[in-house]
Design a protein around this ligand. Structure first.
Ligand SMILES: Cc1cc2nc3c(=O)[nH]c(=O)nc-3n(C[C@H](O)[C@H](O)[C@H](O)COP(=O)(O)OP(=O)(O)OC[C@H]3O[C@@H](n4cnc5c(N)ncnc54)[C@H](O)[C@@H]3O)c2cc1C
Length: 332
């Protein structure tokens, strides 16, 4: 019996995978999306998106259900409860992905398994994480929901500083809690933070050498409990929301040894073409180096990967072409 060979297998049916799936399927490529759970990815966890161009407001699951239906309407297949455990390239150049149930073969792979926000693991964090209850991990996404409210942010890296400054544009008051005396963020961001904080009447206060030990409330976040690591003193801050910025963890452990990963687990790729070091293997979305970690950029990544995939399918020599010598679609 001859082997069923897909033109493209997409690992992960989040926004990046669905964007790739739409373009690949609509281009008449035999396309299969595999997801560990069901289509939609992280964005399913929010009930209000306000930054998808052209759509004023929509629930995450509403949007991704439409995206999945669109992929299927063009002939793309989506397989749920299909966690990919490993991937490999055969000596004949065919790519294989292995799930608990089967080994599937394809001419190209688009890796889009996303990433997960790191949790602090404090009491109240999971309970209030549900949309609208006051715990968030994305300032760019959720700051406008805290207009004129009091917010506690946690972290000391670039995202913590940048997103705290963003939230301060909306919130009435922001407390930035960091466990050390100094920030890990880049010098320029720290300067911006300090300038903003030291401005007379600033709505931003720092709580250095402090940890967040509890998030409390009834239906919604009402207070954050801090502990000063030097004095061991406890402080309760009345607040409406808590933003946690302690890093992201890409879902890429299963790809170790197949593609190159950074020390933090992000997939290494040539960002212009989203190609990895393995011929025929592309990457898209929050799992890759340099990702903007947004819905629209994840979708765009998927679309780009599906477009570049065509170059590879037409001409295997393209993989090793230097960036400057590569064609752009308008030159076709
Ligand atoms: C609560 C919340 C609210 C957000 N709000 C906004 C917002 O308002 N605006 C915005 O722009 N962004 C928002 N974001 C960020 C946005 O959701 C992400 O940037 C986007 O979902 C990234 O898409 P992705 O496809 O790269 O990854 P993901 O959405 O993480 O999707 C990856 C998919 O891959 C699957 N997968 C993982 N590993 C495997 C495997 N081994 N085998 C098979 N499948 C696998 C997962 O099940 C998942 O479905 C929000 C995120 C969260 C958590």
């Amino acid at each position: 019996m001859s082997e069923l060979l897909y033109d493209c297998i997409i690992v992960g049916a989040g926004p990046a995978g669905l964007g790739a799936g739409l373009y690949a399927a609509r281009d008449r490529y035999r396309t299969l999306l595999l997801d560990k759970f069901y289509p939609g990815g992280q964005i399913n966890n929010t009930d209000r998106i306000e930054n998808y161009p052209g759509i004023e407001a929509i629930g995450g699951a509403d949007l991704t259900m439409r995206m999945a239906a669109q992929v299927k309407a063009f002939g793309g297949q989506i397989r749920t409860s299909a966690e990919v455990k490993a991937a490999r390239r055969r000596p004949d150049g065919i790519l294989e992905v292995i799930t608990a149930k089967e080994t599937l073969a394809a001419r190209t792979l688009i890796l889009a398994p996303g990433s997960s926000y790191r949790k602090l693991g404090v009491p109240g964090e999971d309970r209030f994480r549900q949309a609208g209850a006051g715990v968030s991990y994305c300032g760019t996404c959720d700051a406008p929901f805290f207009k004129d409210k009091v917010v506690v942010t946690v972290g000391g890296g670039n995202t913590a500083v940048e997103d705290t400054l963003h939230i301060a544009k909306y919130a009435r008051k922001v407390y930035l809690v960091h466990r050390r005396d100094e920030f890990r963020a880049t010098k320029v961001l720290i300067e911006e933070l300090m300038d903003y904080t030291n401005k007379p009447g600033s709505n931003l206060e720092l709580r250095l050498a402090c940890t967040l030990s509890e998030i409390a409330g009834t239906q919604h976040v009402e207070k954050a409990v801090l502990r000063n690591l030097k004095t061991d003193q406890r402080e309760e801050l009345a607040c409406d929301g808590v933003f946690i910025f302690v890093g992201t963890q890409p879902n890429t452990a299963f790809l170790k040894g197949f593609v190159d990963l950074t020390a933090n687990g992000f997939i290494q790729c040539e960002t212009a073409f989203l190609r990895t070091r393995v011929p025929g293997v592309f990457t898209a979305g929050d799992c890759r180096i340099g990702a903007a970690m947004q819905l629209v950029t994840a979708v765009a990544d998927g679309v780009n990967a599906a477009m570049w995939m065509k170059y590879w399918l037409r001409d295997p020599g393209w993989w090793t072409e230097m960036l400057s010598e590569a064609l752009t679609p308008s030159e076709w």
